[in-house]
Design a protein around this ligand. Sequence first.
Ligand code: ATP
Length: 269
Amino acid sequence: VRPEAVEIVEKKVPDVTYDDVGGLKQEIEKVREMIELPLRHPEIFDRLGIDPPRGVLLHGAPGTGKTLLAKAVANESGSNFVAINGPEVMSKYVGEAEKKIRDLFKEAEENAPTVIFIDEIDAIAPKREEVTGEVERRVVAQILALMDGLKERGKVIVIGATNRPDALDQALRRPGRFDREIELRVPDRDGRSEILQIHTRGMPLEDDVDMEEIADITHGFVGADLAALSRESAMNALRRILPELDLEEQTIPQKVLEKLFVTNNDFMD
Ligand code: ATP
């Protein structure tokens, strides 16, 4: 086991699709145009004589689906996905953060098309006034240099995610860097309903489940909250029939499994 290889760098084609992302229709449209199109067809940008975007900033409250959307666009454009987490790279690899990031970019170019995802990028690149150490300054400078130096035009795109776009170093947002932004809003009622549909699509729902009612009363819930709510409801259903289950048995009989339904009340508890 080489923990340093698995802990901060996730490299694969994720199996998330746009269908797994709820309530973000307009955002998905933007992502397709700004990220998927150049990854799939850099020749269009060549023809137009313009540079495809190198960096796109996703911002929005925690749990609104920034990571999910980044994975979806990587998958839907047939790209690899490499991810690092800002705070982790800064804390665990003191003195090594620059090397980690350099390696990541190198790997991304070698495996292009690639989406590089930097979660909580504000931890790496806070505003200069907020910058406490020399390390951050060097790491920011390095990310910028690496982005400027991306050879595979359009084939490597860096997605930065943050809850605090105002706390970001302005140098990151100049042309040729993170010069596009997409805001992920907190879902409205219809968005919540869509997200609930996604997270309950594999569940045995009782006929009395009223998703619209649940969407009505979950004002302020983001995607991550709705995912948790759905999971909790399924667990409530399980707890209800737990006394009837004989857990010592090799396998639970189909007959008993078929009694498992998630009811409207399970969502309300
Ligand atoms: P953070 O800022 O905390 O990193 P994030 O914006 O990156 O959060 P995600 O990690 O993408 O949020 O979301 C966490 C989980 O919540 C997802 O794996 C998914 O299950 C669910 N989720 C969040 N947003 C959505 C959405 N729009 N549609 C469907 N599921 C969602």
